[in-house]
Write a protein of this length. Structure first.
Length: 102
C-alpha cells in the first residue's frame, strides 16, 4: 500500500517502513505522529483520491532525528563594479520513519 501525503506544503509518496526527510517538524525525537493530510491511497489496482484529503485515513510515523540539508551557496557578482556576495544556506530537516498507513 502506498500513500501520497501533504507535509508542510510538499507532497511525498510513501510506503510502510520508508525513511524520508521532510521540512522541520516541531516534534521531539522518538515521538510518534499522525499525518492526517492523505491526498491519495494506492492499494494494488485500487486507487482512492481525496478532495482534497481522504476522510478517516492517516499515516503513523516516528521522528528519528532532526538534521540539516547540504549547504547551498548563492554567489552574486557584477563585473567591473567590485561587487561580490557569497551567501550560504542549510535547510533544517526532520527524518521520519513511516510505520503504518491506516
Amino acid at each position: 500500500m502506498e500513500a501520497v501525503l501533504n507535509i508542510a506544503g510538499f507532497q511525498f509518496k510513501v510506503k510502510e517502513n520508508d525513511k524520508i526527510y521532510v521540512p522541520k517538524l516541531d516534534v521531539e525525537v522518538g515521538k510518534n505522529i499522525q499525518l492526517q493530510n492523505v491526498l491519495m491511497l494506492i492499494d494494488g489496482e485500487k486507487v482512492q483520491i481525496g478532495k482534497p484529503y481522504i476522510e478517516g485515513k492517516s499515516v503513523s510515523a516516528k521522528v528519528l532525528e532532526h538534521t540539516k540539508d547540504d549547504k547551498v551557496l548563492v554567489f552574486k557578482k557584477k563585473r567591473r563594479k567590485d561587487y561580490k556576495k557569497l551567501r550560504g544556506h542549510r535547510q533544517h530537516l526532520t527524518k521520519i520513519l513511516i510505520e503504518k498507513i491506516n
